[in-house]
Ligand binder design. Structure first.
Ligand code: CU
Length: 188
């Protein structure tokens, strides 16, 4: 093999350095994305659910935590609130969910038929209700008010009419309601 008979040209050197710059930039971009994923996961606790809980969609109404009498908001012994709900074509049960201000709230919800969406507008509460699985979302509301919960996964011909309501009420009012009823909702 013979050496090329011209001097190493400037163009090739420039191309090599541009290539190196892009290689560094792409490695830095991957490192930045990994850092962002790590930061979001660790500091903001946006992790995939730590464990999988299942619920047989054909038997929700017969036994277990999603029987009709157990749906709605429950005051726990530690002062937190657990809300159990079901999505089905084409409504949520309960249609109106009531929760107190300034209290840790955990939503536990599942689907009785197909995939539905569970979203509380104006908040970061946003998950899917998948038949067979229980979706768990921890949250907390500081100010009273009313919000909508539109189903945001296309679930059939009645999808656009599928939505629920969430009422955040003053903690004292909620505690008073809880002395009279075991499971609360704002369905009238
Ligand atoms: Cu739906």
């Amino acid at each position: 093999m013979t050496e090329p008979d011209h001097p190493p040209d400037e163009g090739a050197a420039r191309a090599a350095s541009a290539e190196r710059r892009w290689a560094i930039a792409s490695v830095a971009l991957v490192a930045l994305l990994l850092f962002m994923a790590g930061y979001a996961g660790i500091h903001q606790a946006t992790m995939p659910q730590a464990h999988v809980e299942t619920a047989d969609p054909r038997r929700l109404h017969l036994a277990g935590e999603f029987v009709e009498g157990n749906l709605g908001s429950a005051l726990e012994a530690d002062g937190s609130v657990t809300v159990r709900a079901i999505g089905q074509q084409y409504s949520f049960t309960p249609q109106c969910i009531v929760i107190p201000t300034g209290t840790p709230v955990t939503f536990r919800a599942t689907s009785a038929d197909v995939v539905h969406g569970f979203l509380i507008d104006g908040t970061t509460v946003n998950t899917m209700l998948i038949p067979g699985y229980i979706s768990t979302v921890p949250t907390r509301f500081e100010t009273p008010g009313e919000r909508h919960m539109p189903c945001h996964e296309f679930c059939g011909t009645g999808h656009e009419g599928m939505w629920g309501r969430l009422k955040v009420i003053d903690k004292a009012d909620f505690l008073l309601m809880a002395t009279k009823q075991r499971r609360l909702s704002c369905v009238e």
